[in-house]
Design a protein around this ligand. Structure first.
Ligand code: 5AD
Ligand code: SF4
Length: 463
């Protein structure tokens, strides 16, 4: 979601005549797009703001804006940071060009956030127009773009800040989504990734017809030029699940990839997390997925060290990971978020040291599974969408790290991918492939014969 917001804001600012520079020291305007999901991310923003304060001492005309979830969460409070001129929530990004102009001309500080975040924002219409006008081309990956299918979330998992910063769950009209996808395809986009916090809950009623994600996938499949369609993130629930899996198996453009976070393998913890399913029900969904789409690649998310998580709860999570046989898992240490039910009612009582241990152990278990699954590709030829030179590979890895997505990025992977002349691409199942080839393949599809692998990366040659 944040990447999409950044892409839209970037595109609107280019349109307004802005040029982009690599270093804040050379900029007239610095915007920081923020995430509030974990405290660590917010702490890093605070430290950036500290640095910008120093830069501003010598360059008082520099305009600094904080946008995104942290802006929505903290609002006025962010103005206490002396560097900050603009605070702008996710529903107000259409106002950014105006806010910047005012900040530059009138030296005014401004806050634009949604007052009552759990009500449909009055800014939704202008946001919709803005989003249609400025598409979400991925700034890192040529020929790939994000399209928002849903806003917000109504699930209120007890640990999660998203419902409080992104507002109520709403599905965008299918015609707006299709229109956008068509325009992107006309501009050379080959892969569309549909976004929603619970993308499989997409539901839009128009007259007698109710559209679900499977309908969207079918409609986007018909667009010439679009070759791959992905969607994230799925929530473990039965509603529409079979329909979506059938669409995946029947529509060749739909990538056989499912990111479906379990968060924990302990029914007791799942209950306190307010997830609404048991580990057995979750595994049943994975069975259904694999019955319908046998070669599906599945990825998960886990939180370790949730309040009250015992050794026994954790060992059930380890069991679940072993049974699920994920391609990869994103593993996070519990971080209390102000305003959430877990923060209000539960004590963050698992010591940091235990959180670290559990984090490492789960990574180790996942690494063995990933290693075995990756090894199965040896000798096979896979189709990849080429992202670009391996420098990008490194930055993809750093991105994941920065997002605190503690994947298993082994040092061997980054050493090899730093070699010149190497390209990185991604398979339909979201595996990273590294191979030699010319830079102008970026944004194209290539067939790569895999010769060896590490837990997260396939290595091969173009055929
Ligand atoms: N602490 C740790 N991890 C969290 N996530 C969401 N909220 C928290 C939190 N308070 C993780 C979940 C989610 C992912 C995007 O971030 O695993 O799937
Ligand atoms: Fe957060 Fe749960 Fe909504 Fe996902 S489904 S965004 S974890 S509240």
């Amino acid at each position: 979601m944040n990447k999409l917001d950044s892409a839209i804001v970037e595109s609107s600012l280019r349109d307004a005549g802005c040029q982009f520079v690599d270093n804040a020291k050379d900029a007239d305007i610095v915007l920081i797009n923020t995430c509030s999901v974990r405290d660590h991310a917010e702490q890093r923003v605070m430290s950036h703001l500290g640095n910008l304060k120093h830069i501003k001492e010598t360059r008082p005309d520099l305009v600094v804006g904080v946008i995104g979830c942290m802006a929505q969460r903290l609002g006025n409070e962010l103005l206490k940071q002396s560097a900050v001129d603009i605070v702008c929530g996710p529903a107000q990004i259409a106002e950014i060009p105006r806010l910047i102009t005012e900040a530059m001309q009138e030296k005014k500080k401004a806050v634009a956030v949604t007052e009552k975040i759990r009500q449909i924002s009055p800014d939704v219409q202008s946001l919709e127009r803005f989003e249609i006008e400025y598409s979400g081309d991925d700034t890192d990956i040529p020929a790939q773009a994000y399209v928002r299918a849903m806003h917000g979330c109504d699930k209120f998992c007890s640990y999660c800040v998203v419902p409080y910063v992104r507002g109520p769950e709403t599905s965008r009209p299918p015609e707006a989504i299709i229109e956008q996808a068509k325009r992107l395809a006309q501009n050379g986009i080959k892969q569309i990734t549909l976004l929603g916090q619970r993308i499989n809950a997409y539901e839009y009623k128009a007259g007698d017809k109710t559209y679900c994600l499977a309908d969207l996938l079918e409609m986007i499949s018909k667009i010439d030029g679009v070759e791959w369609i992905k969607f994230v993130t799925s929530y473990p629930s039965k509603k529409y699940f079979k329909e979506i899996m059938l669409a995946m198996t029947e529509l060749p453009k739909v990538c056989r990839y499912l990111h479906i976070p379990a968060q924990s393998g302990s029914d007791q913890i799942l209950k306190v997390m307010n997830r609404g399913y048991t580990s057995a029900e979750y595994l049943e969904l994975l069975d259904t997925a694999r019955q319908i789409v046998p070669d599906i690649a599945i990825a998960g998310d886990f939180i370790v060290g949730f309040p009250g998580e015992t050794d026994d709860d954790f060992s059930q999570t380890v069991d679940l990971v072993k049974k699920a046989r994920y391609k990869n898992s994103f593993i996070f240490k519990y971080s209390p978020r102000p305003g959430t039910i877990a923060d209000k009612r539960l004590k963050d009582n698992v010591p940091q040291e235990i959180k670290n241990q559990r984090n490492h152990e789960l990574l180790r278990v996942q690494e063995e599974i990933s290693r075995a699954l990756a090894a199965e590709f040896t000798g096979q030829t896979v189709k990849v969408l080429v992202e670009g030179p391996s420098k990008k590979a490194k930055s993809t890895a750093e991105h994941a790290e920065n997002a605190e997505k503690k994947q298993i990025i082994t040092s061997a992977d980054s050493v090899v991918s730093a070699v010149r002349g190497q390209l990185i691409g991604r398979t339909a199942g979201d595996w990273i492939a590294v191979f030699n080839g010319p830079e102008n393949l970026a944004g194209q599809f290539a067939n790569v014969k895999i010769t060896r692998s590490t837990p997260l990366t396939l290595f091969g040659e173009i055929v």
